[in-house]
Design a binder for this molecule. Sequence first.
Ligand code: G3H
Ligand code: ZN
Length: 276
Amino acid sequence: MLVNLNQVLNGVAQDKRAIPGFNVFGYEDAIAVVKAAEELNAPAILMTNKVAIEHMPINYLGKLLCGIAEDAKVPVCVHLDHATEYEVVVKAILAGFTSIMYDGSQLSLEDNIKKTSEVVKLAHACGVSVEAEIGAVGYNDPNLKIKAVYTEPEEAKVFAEETKVDALAVAVGTLHRMETQDAIIQYERLEAIQKLVKIPLVIHGSTGVTDEDLEKLTTYNVAKVNIGTALRMAFGNSLKEEIIKNPKEFDRIKLFKTPMIKVQEEAKNKMKILGL
Ligand code: G3H
Ligand code: ZN
């Protein structure tokens, strides 16, 4: 069934579990994630990012993902990841997304509060949940001119109270798009944040987090852990192998079979590590 982020995250952190938010780009990875969730009888969060909505119009993605969610045997949230424009948020809500991440992390604190609050006002009136970011989780790509700033606990408190967001992404040592698991988590900072912020916390860039740290994060007030690169690697690396093994094959449905299984296995593996 289709649900919003609040419904998925309700009580999760208290149970020492966390729900992975997986970046998906189409039918193949979305259905693989939902099958993994169904195997574990766990909720799922399907997230679409900027790259996905540049590739496929957001209303097509909304229909596809909401269709998959409605037919699922487990609760599934359809989430827009890293939205930076109000217009895109409006389009996502109209397309059926049940959750929005507004990313004002590159703005000043004042502007981030102002823009995030506008999104919260609209989204909450439509029954849609909102995640936002304070501090800025950087990218493992020196060509991207995106600032990375660790989250200051006091700022996180003010931000959460003023914006009334449902979940808060914090920067405590992870980086987006890491291909190896060697992020160093600042647990003292996380601890200080959770003393002041009572809403569920979100960790982005979690492909780079070790299995041990993923498990440890569930003992904090972390309820959502974003994972993108790990599934893209599972699909892409398997697809490359399939093409090499079957050089005469041109039918993509046949070539996609094993990569879809690999995505399902990787999603299930991360879910289990996170206590699902
Ligand atoms: O918002 C998406 C995530 O933060 C994914 O990050 O691709 O580094 O796992 P990742
Ligand atoms: Zn992210």
